[in-house]
Design a protein around this ligand. Structure first.
Ligand code: ATP
Length: 458
């Protein structure tokens, strides 16, 4: 992107910038944090919401063959018996015989403790589900689990969703929500946490058409990331080997991202066959089928599941958008967020706090605020305010200066190029709207003038 490239993104730089600018904080920070739990700050929450909204729009609202759900985190424990999670949702755990640290066996390169080199115990299966009690009596009969995936809420609602939406095969059900896993090893910032959010689709198809739909969803999901600005060279597919497949899975591809710590799973696309619906039929005693239009028979559909992590998408977007360059001998750090994802779209920066200038700037703020997430900042020197907005990834800054009082024009400064464009105040809203929608044009009211400065500003 920039000729003058001082360095690449690292996890250390990202963690520190995210804390400093209000993207992400350790959970319960004032008490020293809580392992593998994170809080999204004032800017991070906007970024995360934008990612979820982009996903919901593309996968639910813009499609005829998809409906959404929002199911509860706590579910009847029979769900987890039926789904196989109670017996199979576990990772192999080993303990060091000397220092007693515990590790996930399949993460270890050698058969000795990574901390002290000590001898390890034989692996034991460790179930990743968090347990708690429902109601005031803490006894075995009242045990419930925090869901480890959102998918089961969809499967147990299959008939409800089908009957009320009157969809026909092929059709999908989508959900965004929290999931919890008592991971043995965590780390890499928000990549692997114990509380996280998923964006999951269960797409139900006629058996026999599942391979075709599997390929369709792999392609569709890859395109979603690249359309939102993730660079093609940073994303790839990896097919699971047979011995890697989860207990329900017939075929699985990981969409991997080139994170600072290396390539790792961003999303999994799996062919779950009819495993889940059949299990729930057996354990609930209810029929879960739908009509196949061709054969006029009731069938149990197969399901293709694209399952993405919200937090991993946030991390991929942060890594991908991060950039550094030297401007006037100083480091400029910025996020090149896609305009749909940028937490703040426009910042209003009056050149001074003088009353006559503030009045104009506040009018501009009031005019733009209903249309875009807009921030008003009159605190420091203008150069420092631009740098701050660069670090927040704000695509456009609007500067109101003393000349604005005379000519009723303001300056739009673009984040990526640092180009400055003088635009009539009356045309600001439409111009920014067009630019944020990806159109490079200036909307001028009748008789409006435009002055474009070619030279890069700061
Ligand atoms: P991994 O192999 O990394 O443990 P997984 O294969 O168990 O992941 P899935 O069960 O396929 O993950 O979950 C679907 C998606 O949910 C993942 O692609 C990831 O984006 C997200 N996810 C899973 N576990 C976590 C976690 N502990 N923290 C953050 N996101 C997670």
């Amino acid at each position: 992107m920039t000729e003058n490239k001082p360095g690449k993104v690292s996890m250390e730089k990202l963690v520190s910038l995210c804390q400093r600018r209000g993207f992400i904080f350790p959970s319960s920070d004032i008490y020293g944090g809580l392992s593998a739990c994170w809080d999204y700050g004032p800017v991070g929450v906007e970024l995360k919401r934008n990612i979820k909204e982009a996903w919901w729009r593309a996968n639910v609202q813009e499609r005829d063959d998809m409906v959404g759900l929002d199911t509860s985190i706590l579910m009847n424990p029979k769900v987890w018996e039926a789904s196989g999670h109670l017996t199979q949702f576990s990772d192999p755990l080993v303990e060091c015989k000397s220092c007693h640290q515990r590790w996930r066996a399949d993460d270890l390169k050698e058969n000795k403790c990574p901390a002290c080199g000590g001898e390890l115990t034989d692996p034991q299966q460790f179930n990743l589900m968090f347990k708690t009690f429902m109601g005031p009596v803490e006894e075995a009969a009242n045990v419930v689990y925090l869901r480890p995936e959102t998918a089961q809420g969809i499967f147990v609602n299959f008939q409800n969703a089908l009957n009320t939406s009157r969809k026909r095969l092929p059709f999908g059900v989508a959900q965004i929500g929290k999931a919890f896993r008592n991971e043995i090893t965590t780390g890499n910032f928000i990549f692997r946490s114990r509380e996280f959010e998923q964006m999951e689709i269960e797409f139900f198809v006629k058996p026999g058409t599942d391979d075709k739909w599997f390929d369709y969803w792999v392609e569709e999901r890859l395109n979603w990331y690249t359309k939102l600005g993730i660079q093609k060279e940073n994303i790839r597919l990896r097919e699971h080997a047979k011995d890697e497949l989860a207990h329900y899975s017939r075929k699985c591809f990981d969409i991997e991202y080139n994170f600072p710590m290396g390539w790792a799973e961003l999303e999994g696309v799996a062919n779950r066959g009819d495993f889940d619906l059949r299990q729930h039929m057996e354990y609930s005693g209810k029929g879960i089928t739908c009509l196949d239009e061709e054969s006029k028979q009731h069938i149990v559909p197969y399901v293709i599941e694209p399952s993405a992590g919200v937090d991993r998408s946030v991390l991929a977007v942060l890594c991908d958008a991060y950039d550094e360059e030297i401007v006037n001998d100083e480091l400029r750090v910025l996020f090149h967020f896609h305009t749909d994802l940028a937490p703040i779209k426009v910042a209003i920066l009056p050149l001074s706090r003088k009353e006559n200038l503030s009045a104009v700037a506040k009018d501009v703020y009031a005019d733009l605020r209903p249309c875009f997430v807009t921030q008003y900042d009159d605190t420091q020197a203008i150069g420092r305010r631009y740098r701050r907005q660069d670090e927040l990834g704000t695509p456009y800054c609007v500067t109101v200066d003393f000349q604005s009082l005379e000519d009723k024009m303001a300056t739009i400064r673009e984040r990526d190029t640092m180009n400055q464009i003088r635009v009539p105040i009356a045309a600001l809203r439409d111009t920014l709207q067009a630019k944020l929608a990806g159109e490079d044009l200036f909307v001028l009211p009748e008789g409006g003038q435009i002055w474009k400065e070619e030279k890069r500003g700061v």
